[in-house]
Design a protein around this ligand. Sequence first.
Ligand SMILES: Nc1ncnc2c1ncn2[C@@H]1O[C@H](COP(=O)(O)OP(=O)(O)O)[C@@H](O)[C@H]1O
Ligand SMILES: [Mg+2]
Length: 262
Amino acid sequence: MIVWTVANQKGGVGKTTTTIALAGILAEQGHKVLLVDTDPHASLSYYFGIESEDLELSVYDLFTQVSSREQILQTLCPTHYSNIDILPATMSLATLDRSLGAKGGMGLVLKKAVQKVADSYDYVLMDCPPVLGVLMVNALAAADRIVIPVQTEFLALKGLDRMVKTLEIMQGEQTAPFKYTIVPTMFDKRTKASILAFKKLQEVYTNKMWPGVVPIDTNLRNASLARKVPSDYAANSRGTIAYKSLLNYLVKQNVKSSEVES
Ligand SMILES: Nc1ncnc2c1ncn2[C@@H]1O[C@H](COP(=O)(O)OP(=O)(O)O)[C@@H](O)[C@H]1O
Ligand SMILES: [Mg+2]
């Protein structure tokens, strides 16, 4: 089981879209995928038609009690894609930081939870809220690799600096170094701003960058309205092709890093 966490402290940069696009392609390739929605806005859950307010159990419950494998299996929801299940979010997640307060030892809740269902899934993809709190910390700590989508515009680059600093601060508590890949999104080759932002990214983050870009593609937005994964909604669209190439790259990185470790 491989865990990828999609994170950035800035909203609207393509985190949820990236999570869904990668999940859709992995599922199509025959992999079993577990999605974990850690955003109280529950966009990912909503994408799959899950009305989070109707749920009896959600990611929230993983934090209030130590869950057994059976309880975790009860918490997850199937989706209309047979290879994709989801641990859904609810609004109550927004209260988690306050209710847990200074309670220590809560940083590995998600990591331990997904490990209990590891033999049922090939990939776990975690979607993050744009807020650094217990949920993002948990999602980062569970990750084999962090995928950081960044919109190709200057304001978003500042957000990226903040995200990378967060990883450096969190690094202190980790045994292995965080592995992360920066993914330029919503690239518009017709605008100077996009091109300049992309150049700047390559300059500053050279070896942390996926060499490609996800272009602006309205199919990605329309796929979400149709509640379909992009590779199902528009298999040959520019967005899907870009995400396929990103997936190949991430899989290769994975092989490389396991070679280094062994
Ligand atoms: N490459 C893209 N081209 C066009 N629209 C996109 C693209 N990526 C994301 N979007 C749209 O931008 C909005 C924000 O994306 P989303 O994935 O929800 O961001 P986040 O999860 O970081 O807040 C959504 O409406 C989504 O459909
Ligand atoms: Mg989102």
